[in-house]
Design a protein. Sequence first.
Length: 262
Amino acid sequence: MKIIDDTAEWRNFEDDGGVDPRRVGMPNNDLLGDKGLGTTISDTYLKRWGQRSQYSNVDSALLKTFIEIEHICNSLSLSAKASEYSKKLFKTVYSTKQTKGKSHMGLVCACVFITCRKLKSPCNLLEIARECSVDKNKLIKAFEFVNQHSKKVFPLSKAERLGSEYAGQFKMIEQDIEGVIRIIEDVSEFRKNKGSDQVSAILAVMLIEALQGRVRKLEEYCWVAGIQKEDLVEAYREVFKCKSILLRGFGTSWEIANLPNY
């Protein structure tokens, strides 16, 4: 007796979402202009000519950077997901056409680090900087630049959504709301006792308002966030020690030094 197998003759690949029936060829790369579907020629001379004609200058630069990102992620034992999101973030930053004059490896390092933070992957900034051989000052500048564009790739976290909501209730302007969102993750990291997202969100609002000279009663912040006054004061004192690092680029050194201490 012969049994006929009427199931699919291909197998689905988990990395491609499990719905791609293709049996041959490389997977599509949506980060490149031609989606990575170009033809590769094996002959040495023709291969060089083919590579030059296959990719635009932009795609060639991106492809080279993607290889660098993969190497860094593999060296640090990061997941394929972290590598993929790091590439997406770099492409987003590169497409702004504002990277001229900035450290290339600094931008790469910042993309990997921010991706790790967003995906909650255990990774130390110093480890990435050491792997990329990036100067500390260049890295800080690159991080501040890349972080501004990260929300185009990553959705807002719960704390960031709460921060935006709280800032709206205090009638803050759009520029200040963006500042709140940008420092929320740093606020959470500088806190020894992580606590709730509500505390981190209202604390970011409180810091940005203080920089603008708008100092309210603590009870107002506590009422909006639905938290206890003691929790807010404890969290504020924790980040107050690191205020010069946390609020770098948001105000002058005089404004940061004269923040109210509770």
